[in-house]
Design a protein around this ligand. Structure first.
Ligand SMILES: Nc1ncnc2c1ncn2[C@@H]1O[C@H](COP(=O)(O)OP(=O)(O)OP(=O)(O)O)[C@@H](O)[C@H]1O
Ligand SMILES: [Mg+2]
Length: 394
């Protein structure tokens, strides 16, 4: 089976290809219609011209001329035409929609204008009327033909805007749904852990004060584990509600998180925390959540190094106008290919046998949604290492 991300991008590709094919087919088809219609209109005009020639050349007035006048000339019910004499005076016009309420002078001016337009579209048809005099037939594409010419553009525009709207609706509703799942699950977890935890705390307190367990190492160990569980519960409860942000010294937070991790990973991994900031500088953060982020990024760093290398945390100014606080976490691990700089943050993306692909997705949510900061891969080279940057607001 294909990994879910490959499948998804295949489906997206398929949809794009399908849309392109539909677009191309309609454009080709409408062009075909346009050229057929244009041909028909040309024939109509030619017939109109021939009829005019005949009518002008004949003196007789009978059923035939009557027929020609009414049937052929009227047959053209949509191509706009103007018949003018050699001096440019308008003799007849057909299928021209004029604004209502024009007086005769204005009507003439309007028609003259139309005639100029027509000249630009098609050369006029000349009709010799004897005595060296000529009439001219001006014409232009019918409204239908003009509309049909622009139709593919309109249609492509409609398809494109529909696609954009569908994408927006789909992704916001999916995001809202994901949000509800994350938040709900976190709240519920914190809630469920709460009860046994408070009773365990009470038990540890009891054991501490009891003669029976005096001096037992197990009590201290149990105490540590219960405290850890408390921290975890606090994280879940913070992510399940609007977290409170406070001014904190980031170096202290980073050091605490590292102290916890250091003793739990291979001794061949060297940790270093360094701050280039004034010691008083603070950023607005929620400690349990930021610790969680640092832990996730550092755990990945350890995994990327096969247990040997160094992890350096540097705190400095960065981001917008250099006014934000940047925490750069650099490892000497296997690196991330450039094409995966964004993908690593997608929930479910993992290259590990036992990974869930959730660590970085969660970290990004914590930084971007809860702290209004940014989290991204700042640098990485395959085989050399990686730097993740956390940007926080001061
Ligand atoms: N420092 C790093 N160096 C190299 N690759 C990394 C690094 N950090 C993350 N990755 C890559 O990004 C993927 C996603 O990381 P993420 O933390 O989201 O999930 P995971 O560690 O695989 O699983 P989980 O954190 O849920 O246990 C990892 O599987 C790994 O391929
Ligand atoms: Mg991870």
């Amino acid at each position: 089976m294909l990994p879910i991300y490959d499948q998804k991008s295949r489906i997206k590709l398929l949809i794009v290809v399908l849309a392109l094919v539909i677009g191309a087919v309609t454009v080709v088809y409408t062009n075909l219609l346009v050229s057929r219609l244009a041909e028909r209109e040309q024939q109509q005009i030619d017939r109109y011209a021939r009829t005019q020639r005949f009518l002008i050349g004949t003196e007789q007035e009978d059923a035939t001329t009557d027929f020609l006048r009414t049937e052929i000339i009227m047959e053209n019910s949509n191509v706009p035409v103007i018949l003018a004499d050699g001096d440019g005076n308008i003799v007849d016009s057909r299928n021209i929609t004029m604004p209502s309420g024009l007086n005769e002078a204005r009507r003439q001016a309007f028609l003259q204008n139309e005639m100029e337009d027509m000249k630009e579209q098609h050369p006029p048809i000349v009709i010799k009327i004897g005595g060296g005099l000529r009439n001219y037939i001006y014409y232009k594409d019918s409204l239908i033909l003009t509309q049909l010419r622009t139709y593919p553009l309109v249609q492509l525009g409609v398809i494109a805007s529909l696609a954009v709207i569908a994408y927006l609706v789909f992704s916001t509703s999916r995001r809202a749904e994901q949000n509800r799942v994350w938040v709900g699950l976190a709240k519920e977890t914190a809630h469920q852990l709460g009860t046994p935890l408070s009773s365990m705390l009470a038990w540890v307190d009891y054991m501490r004060s009891s003669e029976r367990f005096a001096g037992e190492e197990v009590v201290e160990e149990l105490d540590k584990d219960v405290k850890r569980l408390q921290i975890i519960t606090e994280r879940f409860s913070n992510i399940g509600s609007v977290p409170v942000l406070k001014d904190e010294n980031i170096r202290d937070v980073a050091e605490r998180a590292i102290d916890y991790l250091k003793v739990r990973v291979s001794r061949k991994v060297a940790f270093k925390v360094e701050s280039l900031l004034d010691p008083e500088t603070t950023a607005k953060v929620n400690i349990p959540l930021l610790e969680w982020v640092i832990e996730n990024i550092c755990k990945n760093a350890v995994d990327a190094m096969d247990g040997r290398g160094s992890i350096t945390l540097i705190i400095r100014h960065g981001g917008r106008n250099n006014r934000q606080i940047a925490l750069d976490i650099t490892d000497t691990g296997k690196g991330i290919p450039k094409s995966k700089f964004e993908t690593v943050f997608q929930p479910g993306y993992t290259t590990k046998k036992r990974g869930w692909g959730l660590g970085l997705a969660l970290a990004k949510r914590i930084i971007e949604n809860y702290h209004k900061g940014r989290l991204y891969v700042r640098w990485s080279e395959v085989g050399k290492g990686t730097t993740f940057r956390v940007l926080l607001n001061g």
